[in-house]
Design a protein around this ligand. Structure first.
Ligand SMILES: Cc1cc2nc3c(=O)[nH]c(=O)nc-3n(C[C@H](O)[C@H](O)[C@H](O)COP(=O)(O)OP(=O)(O)OC[C@H]3O[C@@H](n4cnc5c(N)ncnc54)[C@H](O)[C@@H]3O)c2cc1C
Length: 343
């Protein structure tokens, strides 16, 4: 099967807005989508396409599916709706790859204001926050790690004081050592601080074994970043198998597994492993992203599984959005078609 006319139009449009040619007219549809996904992941970390994507009015309604809004009030509206229907939340103030200390401090302050706004809702652990260390200065050329830990620390303290927690998102493989070290450092005083591990990385099974200790909150995800074959599985079936192995370790250990996936097979496996290990329903949870499989989130919660939605908000949605597009060919097609017809 060859690339269809619509896909080729999309590729021509991408070239017009400055993305390198990712496909030739002889590529198959599957090849085209794989190449587009790779290109989108690469673009998510570069300013190249940002202006064309963010500035295009057609983008907005696609973004709305994944991001409830740009303001704290938008986020709080989503919190009320979700918690009112039995879904817990983890809130992410969007931003990443900050290399300016003042901007990192603004990120910290945004989280502190968010926690202040959450306090009167008295949601306790039903509302926690997720933070990216790269938004807190981890990538600063000098002293980035220490600066990021000290930037996050007041947020972790404020969350603990409210009876809730912070989870440190995991970013690309070059940051894993620093991020896990930050989790270990913060856990000395705030043991509830959550870690995230990515099944696609070869190292993760070992990391999971080290993290599967009493009280340890660990979110297991497949991994959203483009990684080289030297450090990560490249095929979906290998990533899925690795996810299963990591899940077994977490579910049979004394920690608190957070199953971050929309994959029906892996969620079924999580339930099976929870039953095999005689886990109580409150000793683990499923986490999904805002706007993805919302009916399934409701169904699971109604059936007694603890479900938490990851709710991103803020103006800096570009990188997050591009990763969501890259995860699913249908999203890429839908989005690119709307751009190609409106520009
Ligand atoms: C709560 C949460 C937190 C996360 N935190 C991180 C993190 O810190 N670091 C990190 O690298 N990654 C993170 N991720 C992203 C993760 O790594 C995957 O990229 C993402 O979850 C897609 O993988 P999947 O397990 O859902 O399986 P997939 O095999 O990608 O998808 C399974 C099914 O889910 C549905 N689906 C999946 N993605 C989409 C989508 N974008 N749009 C529509 N439907 C979709 C489809 O029905 C698909 O068939 C997080 C994911 C979740 C759910």
């Amino acid at each position: 099967m060859r690339a269809d006319g619509e896909t080729l139009d999309i590729c021509r449009w991408l070239q017009r807005v400055g993305m390198p040619s990712v496909v030739g007219s002889r590529s198959s549809s599957t090849e085209v989508l794989v190449l587009l996904q790779r290109a989108l992941l690469a673009a998510s970390r570069r300013p190249g396409l940002r202006r064309a994507v963010v500035g295009n009015p057609a983008t907005r309604r696609v973004v709305d599916r994944f991001v409830p809004g740009e303001t704290r009030d938008d986020a709080l509206g989503a919190v009320r709706r979700l918690t009112g229907s039995g879904i817990r939340v983890t809130l992410d103030f969007l931003g990443e790859d900050v290399t300016d200390r003042a901007e990192a401090i603004r990120t910290r302050d945004a989280y502190l204001r968010l926690l202040e706004a959450l306090e009167p809702l008295q949601l306790g652990r039903a509302a926690e926050v997720s933070m990216k260390l790269s938004a807190c200065g981890q990538g600063l050329p000098v002293g980035g790690h220490d600066f990021a830990v000290e930037t996050v620390r007041p947020v972790v303290e404020a969350a603990s004081a409210m009876g809730t927690t912070v989870t440190l998102d995991m970013e690309d493989s070059r940051t894993v050592d620093s991020t896990l070290a930050a989790v270990a450092e913060l856990r000395k005083e705030h043991p509830g601080t959550g870690a995230v591990v990515q099944a696609m990385l070869f190292r993760t099974e070992d990391d999971v074994r080290a993290l599967a200790v009493s009280g340890s909150r660990v979110r297991l995800v497949k991994g959203a970043y483009r990684e080289p074959p030297t450090v990560a599985f490249q095929k979906k079936k290998d990533v899925d198998a690795a996810y299963g192995r990591c899940l077994e370790i977490l579910m049979s250990g004394p920690g608190y597994p957070m199953v971050g996936s929309h994959d029906p097979a892996l969620i079924a496996l999580a339930h099976e492993l929870a039953a095999q290990n005689s886990r109580q329903a409150d000793s683990w949870e499923v986490q999904m992203l805002y706007g993805i499989r919302p009916d399934e989130q409701q169904r699971l919660a109604a059936a007694g599984t603890q479900v938490r939605a990851y709710v991103p908000y803020g103006v800096d949605w570009y990188g997050y959005f591009m990763r969501r597009l890259a995860e699913r060919p249908a999203n890429v097609r839908f989005f690119l078609r709307s751009l190609a017809t409106k520009s």
